[in-house]
Ligand binder design. Structure first.
Ligand code: FPP
Length: 220
């Protein structure tokens, strides 16, 4: 059994990390994906129950095509880390606009990688890693309210809660945002209602064990 603590991360600053080194922004995203794999290992050691990360938002589609393509490829890579996740007993999930909804934009090859990883890690009993892809908090809330109304239920916090994309996702205990930005950026608006917030100056590729411990100190 894990602690049940829910940590959510807005992984900002990959582009700036790369630009400071004279590298293309895509190199920052590559390093960001690798750092996420490192942070997953640390989070497991720290007995975190739920780790949710913002991989790609409903607003990110307007970025240059090459950058979007690169980030999509990194999601394919991340969801392909099944062996690693199984060794860590981590179950992976995805949160975002349902693939069959009119507004959804997740391409088929990313959908396939997501479905396969979810299936191949489904029996793991340790930390749950949830990756937000094509996710926006407002879109999630709109769809939950619509679903509650369509089912004839009164619109209450409880009925909204049962119609969220992942109703079993617990409330966020601590929300982390890296790279000196102090915004919530439409991430887990409902689930973060009572969250503590840890703002880190480090760009995401440099967010390390020490930084994670500083975030955990807010709630432990
Ligand atoms: C912000 O950096 C990061 C994102 C657009 C989303 C997070 C993406 C990653 C960590 C890479 C891959 C991750 C996964 C989950 C496969 P930015 O480009 O906004 O940085 P900047 O503010 O310095 O420009």
């Amino acid at each position: 059994m894990t602690s049940g603590l829910h940590v959510a991360c807005i992984m900002d600053g990959n582009g700036r990390w790369a630009e400071h080194r004279g590298l293309p922004r895509t190199a920052g995203h590559t390093e960001g994906e690798e750092n996420l794999a490192r942070i997953v290992r640390v989070a497991v050691r720290r007995d975190i129950g739920w780790l949710t990360v913002f991989g790609f938002s409903t607003e990110n589609w307007v970025r240059p095509r090459g950058e979007v393509r690169h980030i999509l490829g990194l999601h394919e890579r991340l969801f392909g880390r099944v062996r690693e996740l199984n060794e860590l007993n981590v179950r992976i999930q995805w949160i975002g606009r349902p693939f069959d909804s009119a507004e959804a934009r997740t391409p088929k090859y990313v959908q396939r990688a997501i479905r396969k990883a979810i299936h191949d890690t489904a029996t793991n009993t340790g930390m749950v890693l949830t990756v937000a892809f094509d996710y926006g908090g407002r879109a999630e809330l709109m769809s939950a309210v619509r679903a509650a109304r369509a089912s004839g239920e009164p619109v209450t916090p409880e009925t909204i809660g049962t119609h969220l994309y992942l109703p079993e996702l617990p409330p966020v205990d601590v929300l982390v945002r890296t790279s000196g930005e102090r915004r919530v950026s439409n991430f887990l608006l409902w689930q973060s209602a009572g969250a503590k917030i840890h703002f880190s100056e480090a760009p995401w590729p440099d967010f390390d064990e020490r930084e994670l411990d500083a975030a955990l100190a807010l709630v432990r």
